[in-house]
Design a protein. Structure first.
Length: 156
Protein backbone atom coordinates (compact mmCIF):
# COMPACT_ATOMS: atom_id res chain seq x y z
CA UNK A 1 0.00 0.00 0.00
CA UNK A 2 1.35 3.43 -0.94
CA UNK A 3 2.20 5.89 1.81
CA UNK A 4 3.19 9.52 1.89
CA UNK A 5 6.81 10.37 2.63
CA UNK A 6 5.96 13.93 3.66
CA UNK A 7 4.79 14.86 7.12
CA UNK A 8 2.19 17.56 7.61
CA UNK A 9 3.84 20.95 8.06
CA UNK A 10 7.08 19.64 6.52
CA UNK A 11 8.54 21.39 3.48
CA UNK A 12 7.63 19.99 0.10
CA UNK A 13 10.66 18.38 -1.58
CA UNK A 14 12.48 20.65 -3.99
CA UNK A 15 12.27 19.36 -7.53
CA UNK A 16 12.74 20.39 -11.15
CA UNK A 17 10.93 18.70 -14.00
CA UNK A 18 10.59 19.60 -17.68
CA UNK A 19 7.29 20.88 -18.96
CA UNK A 20 6.05 21.88 -22.41
CA UNK A 21 8.34 23.83 -24.69
CA UNK A 22 11.51 22.89 -22.84
CA UNK A 23 10.64 25.08 -19.85
CA UNK A 24 11.69 23.67 -16.49
CA UNK A 25 9.20 23.73 -13.62
CA UNK A 26 11.25 24.46 -10.50
CA UNK A 27 9.19 24.34 -7.32
CA UNK A 28 11.65 26.69 -5.58
CA UNK A 29 10.66 29.49 -7.99
CA UNK A 30 7.38 29.81 -6.09
CA UNK A 31 8.69 29.83 -2.52
CA UNK A 32 7.44 32.90 -0.62
CA UNK A 33 5.32 33.84 -3.66
CA UNK A 34 2.60 31.26 -4.28
CA UNK A 35 0.68 28.45 -2.64
CA UNK A 36 1.23 25.14 -4.41
CA UNK A 37 -1.34 22.53 -5.36
CA UNK A 38 0.70 19.54 -6.50
CA UNK A 39 -1.03 16.43 -7.79
CA UNK A 40 0.97 13.21 -8.13
CA UNK A 41 -0.85 10.68 -10.30
CA UNK A 42 0.71 7.70 -12.00
CA UNK A 43 -2.44 7.09 -14.10
CA UNK A 44 -4.35 10.35 -14.56
CA UNK A 45 -7.51 10.08 -16.62
CA UNK A 46 -8.46 12.53 -19.36
CA UNK A 47 -11.73 13.43 -17.56
CA UNK A 48 -9.73 14.23 -14.40
CA UNK A 49 -7.22 16.34 -16.35
CA UNK A 50 -9.94 18.33 -18.09
CA UNK A 51 -11.84 18.83 -14.79
CA UNK A 52 -8.62 20.01 -13.16
CA UNK A 53 -8.08 22.41 -16.03
CA UNK A 54 -11.56 23.86 -15.47
CA UNK A 55 -10.87 24.21 -11.72
CA UNK A 56 -7.52 25.96 -12.22
CA UNK A 57 -9.06 29.44 -12.49
CA UNK A 58 -10.65 29.14 -9.04
CA UNK A 59 -7.40 27.80 -7.60
CA UNK A 60 -5.31 30.56 -9.16
CA UNK A 61 -7.58 33.18 -7.57
CA UNK A 62 -6.36 31.75 -4.25
CA UNK A 63 -2.79 32.63 -5.25
CA UNK A 64 -1.99 29.02 -6.10
CA UNK A 65 0.10 27.36 -8.76
CA UNK A 66 -1.29 24.02 -9.90
CA UNK A 67 0.88 21.24 -11.34
CA UNK A 68 0.48 17.53 -11.93
CA UNK A 69 3.39 15.09 -11.80
CA UNK A 70 2.84 11.82 -13.64
CA UNK A 71 4.92 8.76 -14.40
CA UNK A 72 3.23 8.41 -17.80
CA UNK A 73 5.05 8.55 -21.11
CA UNK A 74 5.97 12.18 -22.00
CA UNK A 75 4.82 11.81 -25.63
CA UNK A 76 1.40 10.55 -24.56
CA UNK A 77 1.06 13.36 -22.01
CA UNK A 78 2.12 15.97 -24.59
CA UNK A 79 -0.54 14.69 -26.98
CA UNK A 80 -3.19 14.90 -24.24
CA UNK A 81 -1.94 18.36 -23.25
CA UNK A 82 -2.25 19.62 -26.81
CA UNK A 83 -5.55 17.90 -27.59
CA UNK A 84 -7.26 19.34 -24.53
CA UNK A 85 -5.34 22.63 -24.31
CA UNK A 86 -4.57 22.15 -20.64
CA UNK A 87 -3.56 25.34 -18.82
CA UNK A 88 -1.42 23.89 -16.05
CA UNK A 89 2.00 22.25 -15.97
CA UNK A 90 1.80 18.54 -16.74
CA UNK A 91 5.15 17.26 -15.51
CA UNK A 92 6.40 13.87 -16.67
CA UNK A 93 8.60 11.79 -14.40
CA UNK A 94 8.81 8.43 -16.23
CA UNK A 95 11.55 7.08 -13.95
CA UNK A 96 9.45 8.22 -10.96
CA UNK A 97 12.45 9.80 -9.23
CA UNK A 98 10.48 12.84 -8.13
CA UNK A 99 7.35 10.84 -7.39
CA UNK A 100 9.40 8.61 -5.08
CA UNK A 101 10.28 11.69 -3.00
CA UNK A 102 6.58 12.24 -2.31
CA UNK A 103 5.15 8.72 -2.06
CA UNK A 104 6.47 5.26 -1.30
CA UNK A 105 4.76 2.62 -3.45
CA UNK A 106 5.32 -0.67 -5.19
CA UNK A 107 6.75 -0.34 -8.72
CA UNK A 108 3.44 -0.76 -10.60
CA UNK A 109 1.12 0.49 -7.88
CA UNK A 110 -1.30 3.24 -8.88
CA UNK A 111 -0.86 6.50 -6.99
CA UNK A 112 -3.15 9.50 -6.82
CA UNK A 113 -2.08 12.06 -4.26
CA UNK A 114 -2.42 15.74 -3.55
CA UNK A 115 -0.14 18.09 -1.62
CA UNK A 116 -1.24 21.64 -0.80
CA UNK A 117 1.37 24.03 0.54
CA UNK A 118 1.49 27.56 1.83
CA UNK A 119 3.76 30.18 0.33
CA UNK A 120 6.71 28.94 2.36
CA UNK A 121 6.38 25.46 0.79
CA UNK A 122 5.05 24.01 4.05
CA UNK A 123 2.60 21.15 3.47
CA UNK A 124 -0.72 22.00 5.11
CA UNK A 125 -2.89 19.30 3.54
CA UNK A 126 -2.24 16.02 1.78
CA UNK A 127 -4.38 13.20 0.47
CA UNK A 128 -3.32 9.80 -0.81
CA UNK A 129 -5.23 7.22 -2.81
CA UNK A 130 -4.80 4.95 -5.77
CA UNK A 131 -7.30 6.53 -8.19
CA UNK A 132 -7.78 10.20 -9.06
CA UNK A 133 -11.49 9.72 -8.32
CA UNK A 134 -10.53 9.28 -4.63
CA UNK A 135 -9.01 12.77 -4.39
CA UNK A 136 -11.03 15.53 -2.70
CA UNK A 137 -13.39 17.68 -4.77
CA UNK A 138 -11.87 20.86 -6.16
CA UNK A 139 -14.18 22.93 -3.96
CA UNK A 140 -12.52 21.39 -0.89
CA UNK A 141 -9.12 22.35 -2.29
CA UNK A 142 -10.31 25.97 -2.59
CA UNK A 143 -11.43 25.82 1.08
CA UNK A 144 -8.01 24.45 2.05
CA UNK A 145 -6.35 27.37 0.27
CA UNK A 146 -8.67 29.80 2.11
CA UNK A 147 -7.52 28.28 5.40
CA UNK A 148 -3.86 28.50 4.42
CA UNK A 149 -4.26 32.16 3.49
CA UNK A 150 -5.97 32.84 6.85
CA UNK A 151 -2.87 31.50 8.58
CA UNK A 152 -0.69 34.06 6.84
CA UNK A 153 -2.02 37.53 7.81
CA UNK A 154 0.86 39.31 6.08
CA UNK A 155 -0.13 37.57 2.84
CA UNK A 156 -3.62 39.09 2.73
Amino acid sequence: MARSLIDDRALIPAFRLPQRGGIVFDVTDYKRKKNLVIFVATHPTVPFLTALDEACAALRVKNAVVALITGCDPVVMENIHQAHRLNFPLLCDPEKRTISRFVSALPDEKIASLFITGRNSEVFFQFLGSEVSELPPFGDIVKSLDFIESQCPECL
